[in-house]
Design a protein around this ligand. Structure first.
Ligand SMILES: [Zn+2]
Length: 46
């Protein structure tokens, strides 16, 4: 599980990939960032 540093929303990586990252071609391969499904804040994956 991931926690958004901006809004504190908890979500799984796969959930973000199919929601916030939907339509982004980078997300299916080797994107090093993740986007919060709630506030759209993008931050690097650890
Ligand atoms: Zn957020």
């Amino acid at each position: 599980m991931l926690v958004c540093p901006k809004c504190g929303f908890r979500f799984s990586k796969s959930y973000a990939r199919i929601t916030a990252c939907r339509g982004c071609t980078l997300s299916v391969s080797s994107c090093s960032s993740i986007k919060c499904p709630r506030c759209d804040h993008e931050f690097p994956l650890r």
